[in-house]
Design a protein around this ligand. Sequence first.
Ligand SMILES: *Cc1c(COP(=O)(O)O)cnc(C)c1O
Length: 235
Amino acid sequence: MSETHPPAHERLSCVYGRIRLAAARAGRAADAVTLVAVSKTFAASAIEPFLAAGHEDFGENRVQEALRKWPPLRESYARARLHLVGALQSNKAREAVATFDAIHSLDRDSLAEALAAECARQGRAPLLFVQVNTGAEPQKSGVAVSRTEAFVRRCRETLGLNVQGLMCLPPETHAPGPHFALLRQLARDCGLELLSMGMSGDFETAVQIGATHVRIGSSLFGSRAAAGDPAVSLE
Ligand SMILES: *Cc1c(COP(=O)(O)O)cnc(C)c1O
């Protein structure tokens, strides 16, 4: 597509404008924030206008869905970077390492081991974020706050994984700010630079607290329920 699609372009400018304002309020540079456009459940035809508008970072939450949608898109837009933002089963580690440039959901030892084996086998080193269960929610994945430092050290030093950041999904019923601040403190304690935090409903707060990666779906692509999402759940 040679022409940029006006709605995609406008939605991107609007979200980037909000990121710039939030960054400015915190005295941060807006270009320190990567906007990951979460295109899960949306068809390639809905994603393409964003690629045509020059956007490069996209997020998916399922390996199989990404494998269906992205190979043809990447043929036309070789600069696109793909982020896995959803839970990853260890038996999909091979496809995940082959497909994604970044994985935001490293949350347990068995997955760390599977990813390390695949990174060595494929000679690839996707950027990794350790997901932390900052709200200690039993139904949510993520490493416990108290185990985060030891887990990060094991991933980096013992397994040689390219862990550079932390990620969290605050409990839906809590104010997100304290969770983002806790994640920032944990990252400092671990010596990590990157923070994947903030979604459509709370990304300005996340940017003010130091997010380097915001994961934004509905503010860019519209409501997933309207797109026929069978599972709007974040897990
Ligand atoms: C779906 C999803 C998002 C984006 O959510 P929106 O509220 O639509 O912006 C971000 N992070 C994760 C892990 C997700 O699954």
